[in-house]
Every structure is written in C-alpha cells, then in structure tokens.
Design a protein around this ligand. Structure first.
Ligand SMILES: [Zn+2]
Length: 180
C-alpha cells in the first residue's frame, strides 16, 4: 500500500524509529510545536463544504503592520470549487479544531472519547498516531519545551483510550482527499 510507505517516510523524518527498528514500540518527542504543523491546514471549504487548504501566501508571505510587526499572509484555496481567499490576521489562534487564520472548521476532526480529536494535516495526524500507538514514550530532551506532544490533553495520552483514539485516526485518514 503506497499510503503506508509514505507514512513511514514521515515518521522517519521525526526520528520516531526505535532501536529495535519497530516504530510502533517507541515514540521520541520530535519537539515540534503545534504551530509547525499549521504550515498547511486542511479546512472545510466555506463555499462548497469540500476539503480546502490554507497555506502561506505564494507571492508575499509576510507584511508589516503599522507598528512594524511582521504578519504572515495566508491563502485559502479550494480545488473543488475554485474559491481563493487571502487574509493576513494580526493574530493566529492555535489549539482548537479551527484554522488559526480564517477560523474555519478543520477537515480532520472527529468525536472521540467525548472530546474532539483534530489535526491540521496528514503529517500532524501521522505524529499523533505514532505517539498514541507507541507503548514506550520518551520525553523530549528539553522539558517544558511546549512541543505539540507535551501539550496533548490527558484523555489523548491515556492508555485506556488508545484503541478508540487509533480508530478515530483511521476514520480521519480515510477522509483525506487523494492529494493530501
Ligand atoms: Zn470549495
């Protein structure tokens, strides 16, 4: 299956492979903040309801505000209906099932354990899955680094929720459009 080969590559990028060579046994915190995964955010298109994507504006990724602060410009685009919209928010909000810029609902979100499991994109989903599936979880080398993994909620870290979370991850993965 080509999808599974692609995931191994991503997991390898984050150094999640254990000494035994079995990536499922051991997880090492890649020490990546959740903001890092927001480089490409899959959202529900406000026009047609299909999967759209929010990325850095291709022409001018940043602009300065009147106070000289750099603000990232973002572009929402939908292949299904052709919608294209630009925004440069003065503040991006991280940590919930909405796009940090446009505040649109994420494409990858599912009810799980009475909470909402969400991811910005397939790579984010891969790291969540690796973490939840791993039986041995290594702390990052820098405690308090506020990495995405350190900030995961307790329900997602709980061993008793492991199988339900992994099922939700699979549901989300099957909802990904082919291009993502
Ligand atoms: Zn659309």
């Amino acid at each position: 299956m080509t999808g599974s080969a692609g995931r191994k590559h991503v997991v390898g990028q984050y150094g999640l492979v254990s000494d035994s060579g079995n990536a499922a046994d051991r997880f090492r915190d890649p020490l990546v903040r959740v903001e890092r995964f927001a480089a490409e955010v899959l959202v529900r298109c406000p026009a047609c309801g299909e999967c759209a994507v929010v990325v850095a504006h291709p022409g001018a990724p940043e602009r300065r505000t009147g106070h000289g602060r750099l603000v990232a410009r973002r572009r929402l685009s939908c292949r299904a209906c052709g919608l294209s919209r630009d925004d440069s928010p003065s503040e991006r909000v991280f940590g919930g099932p909405v796009d940090p810029c446009f505040r649109l609902p994420l494409w990858l979100q599912a009810d799980c354990c009475g909470e909402i499991l969400w991811a910005y994109n397939s790579e984010h989903l891969d790291v969540l899955e690796s973490y939840v599936a791993a039986r041995l979880r290594e702390r990052g080398v820098v405690p308090g680094s506020m990495s995405m993994v350190e900030r995961l909620p307790a329900w997602l870290k709980s061993a008793k929720n492991r199988s339900e979370v992994l099922r939700a991850v699979q549901r989300l993965r099957s909802s990904l459009p082919a291009a993502h």
